[in-house]
Structures are given as C-alpha cells and as structure tokens.
Ligand binder design. Structure first.
Ligand code: IMP
Length: 429
C-alpha cells in the first residue's frame, strides 16, 4: 500500500494562510493532525461565506467524517478545547472522529498568568510579544518534568498528587518573585478534574491510530502551526514561540517516523508579515506596509493585533525552504499585491560595514540592524480574484510566481487569489 503523508508548514513568521491551504487540500485527506503549539495559532477558514477560526483543532474539522488528531506535541488549553469543540458540534460536526493524545500537555491557568507576568517583567525592549496563551510556561514545565499531561487529568488521585507538588512550586514563584497572591488548591483542582471528565471520551492512542492509518495507505495531513522563523531552535531566538515549528517537529509531536513522510508543503505568503516583537528586515513602515495591512486584512486571528507588514524576503525564504525540506510551495494572498505598483523583493542584507550577505546569519540579532537590498519587479493592477488558472493571471503576476520558483528552486503548485476556498489556482497540487 503506498503511503501518502503530507506535512504542511509555514515558511515565514506565521499567518501565511495555512488554514485555507489545509481546507483546500483537505478534500481527499483521511486524517488531519496537529502536532505542536497550542491555542496561540489562529487558522482562518472561509467556507460557504462563513469565517471560522481554529486555534487548537485541526482545520480539517470542517470536513465531515474525517479523523482529526491532536498529537502528543501539543499544549492543550482544556477550556479552549471544550469551547472550540462545542462550537463545531453545534454546527453539526461529529464528535466521534476527534482523538486527543494522552501525552499532550495541559495549559493550566497558572501558565497563562505566568505568560503575562513574565512579559510584564521583561518590559519594553525585551518582551517577546507573546499571544498570552500560556504556551511558553507550559512547554517549560513539560521540559522541566513538572507538567500535567492530558492523562493526568483522567485520574483524580494522580491529578491531586501532582497538582499539590506543582502548586507548591508555582506559589513560591507567584508570591516571592511576582508579588501575587498564592493560588488556592481547590480553585485549580476542581475545574481541572471537570476538564478531565469532559476530555476523557476523546483520549486515545493517537500514535497507534496514526501508525495504522499510514500502514493502511490513508492520506494523512500534518498541519503545522506558526512557522519556521518562529522555531525554538532555528528561528529568530528569543523572539520565537516555544515549540519546533519547522518540519522536524512533526515527528516528535506525533510519534511518526521521518520515513513515513512523503511530501512537505511549504506555505509562503506573497509578502511578509510578523506579529509580536523581533527582527523583520523587510518591514515597511510607510505607505506600502499600510496598504498590505489594509488590503490583506493583516490583523491577528488570535489577538487582533495589527500585523507588521513588508515585502517578500528571499534570504529568509531560502533558509526556511532548506530547513523544512520543502517539496512544493503553496503561495497565498497573491491578490493582495494587485494595485501595489512596483513590487520589491529582498535578495540580500547589507551590513553596517557595507558588506552584503545572501544567506541567513547564525546571529539573528543582526537582522534588526541590516538593510534589505531590493530587486524591483513590475506589479499589476488587475483584480485576480476571479482567475481560475495560471494562464488567466496577468503577465507580471506570472513573472512574480516564476521568479519565486526559480529563486527557491521549488515548484509553486497552489496559488491563493482570495480568501474563499474557491479562490485558488491548482497547478498540479
Ligand atoms: P507565544 O507562542 O504566544 O509564546 O508567542 C511567541 C511569539 O510567536 C510571538 O511573537 C507571537 O506573536 C508569535 N506567534 C505565536 N503564534 C503565532 C501564530 O499562530 N501566528 C503568528 N505568530 C505567532
């Protein structure tokens, strides 16, 4: 039986439009999987004129009858999980097809409190600009072996015992370091126990389910959240998220092996955006940036924050294409560039001493000092949202696509021309 395991990952700083690509690509997928991050993600899908934002659940949940998995690599906020599932079930989705790994970690209320307190303590100039969803503190507990896993919520004795020890430690932090009131055990324990009861029906051996699905030749889509440049190891540290967002994270986050993978789909937005703090060489503070933000609706799906906007950065994209081992590219939001006039593409970074570099630096701190070196490409004014094939596109839009393909040596097989799932050009996806 031939395998079909696709991995979809972001190539920039997130918000590339991965939700839409999953939705478009999902028609013949059997199993959708999320494997890292948590409710910091905001994957927007517009189907039949309705906008749905997924934070935790795989975007494939909109397809009836498919299996959706939350893998062990996630950090799950139970309240968010229960709200998101009940919203979907109220829309008529079937609950039997959702499976949650017992080994995923639980984002507890104290993680969200710590996320905010730590950001405040970092202060201006050093804060990360997190989503405030408790992601960093939860992963810290996972790696320091002080975390609670989904399976711990299912056994009241284990939950009580672990939480007693954990809260002793957390209360030291709250009272001594952050000058806060200690947390009362029952205020944390009681809701956690109820979450356990509510989540229990979904808990399953997700690794074994996936293993069987792969061996049976089912089509699996692994949905990455955030993106390569926010990767804890390979991103613009410390301005990153706390998980392995590049392709490699899919294996630790599911229990699949690298041999299982058949294709990496890299999702590239036709320009660049970033939310939160951190270096962004092609950020445009003028009219172009403002136009991209307005035309592209660039406001965070999770926090509502305006996204920082700028031109496409080929130095960053070459790096993330290598890092993710991209086989194909899905290029999103090409329509937003219509009417922008000339289009700029960054091909190198100029350093303080005038030297130019064309590869990603190991010291990403210098990215906030470098000057982008641009090549200018002709733009187009036509509205491309109705284009159904590559040939329908204006010549300059075709040249832009060809330019990116050549520079990244990777075929662009899907092109987004508007927000709706129908506004997509398929070039052999
Ligand atoms: P955290 O993941 O909430 O800890 O935030 C760390 C950094 O990652 C911040 O700059 C966030 O804005 C960014 N980030 C986290 N999730 C997303 C996402 O889904 N899209 C874009 N940026 C994100």
């Amino acid at each position: 039986m031939s395998k079909r395991v696709d991995l979809l990952v972001g190539a920039q700083w997130g918000d590339e439009g991965k939700g839409k690509v999953v939705d478009v690509a999902g028609a013949d997928v059997d199993v959708f999987v999320r494997y890292q991050g948590g409710a910091n993600a905001g994957h927007t899908v517009i189907a039949d004129g309705q906008k749905i934002v997924f934070h935790l659940l795989p975007s494939g949940m909109l397809y009836p009858g498919k299996l959706c998995i939350l893998g062990n690599g996630l950090v799950i906020d139970p309240e968010q999980f229960l709200n998101e599932t009940s919203d979907l079930f109220n829309r008529g989705q079937d609950r039997a097809r959702l499976a949650v790994s017992p080994h995923a970690h639980v984002v507890m209320p104290y993680h969200k409190m710590l996320d905010k307190l730590q950001e405040e303590a970092r202060g201006k100039g050093r804060k990360i600009g997190t989503t405030g969803r408790g992601i960093g503190p939860c992963y810290v507990d996972k790696y320091s072996r002080s975390g609670l896993r989904i399976q711990d919520l299912l056994d009241e004795n284990i939950l009580r015992e672990r939480l007693t020890y954990i809260l002793e430690e957390k209360n030291q932090l709250f009272t001594k370091l952050y000058n806060q009131k200690p947390l009362a055990f029952d205020e944390i324990y009681e809701p956690a126990r109820k979450w356990g009861n509510a989540i229990a029906p979904y808990v399953d051996d997700t690794r074994a389910l996936l293993r069987k699905a792969v061996d049976d030749g089912q089509h699996i889509l692994l949905e990455g959240a955030q993106a390569a440049l926010l990767d804890i190891d390979h991103g613009t540290y410390p301005y990153v998220t706390s998980s392995s967002t590049s392709a490699a994270g899919a294996f630790t986050g599911t229990g699949l092996s690298p041999h299982d993978l058949t294709r990496v789909i890299s999702v590239v937005k036709a320009y660049t955006t970033r939310v939160g703090e951190g270096p962004f060489p092609t950020e445009d503070f003028g009219e172009a940036g403002e136009k991209l933000r307005t035309n592209g609706g660039e406001f965070g799906a999770t926090t509502g924050r305006p996204r920082r906007c700028g031109w496409l950065d080929m130095v960053a994209l070459k790096y993330s294409t290598e890092l993710n081992g991209a086989d194909v590219i899905a290029l999103t939001k090409l329509d937003v560039l219509g009417g922008m006039g000339d289009i700029k593409v960054c091909t190198a970074y100029e350093l303080d001493n005038g030297d130019k570099i064309t590869t990603w630096p190991t010291d990403t701190g210098i990215l906030s000092e470098v000057k982008p070196v641009y090549e200018t490409l002709p733009g187009w004014n036509d509205d491309i949202s109705g284009c159904k094939s590559f040939d329908d596109l204006p010549e300059n839009a075709k040249s832009y696509i060809n330019y990116i393909e050549r520079a990244l040596n990777t075929p662009i097989v899907l092109i987004g021309t508007g927000a709706d799932r129908t506004q997509t050009i398929n070039r052999g996806f």
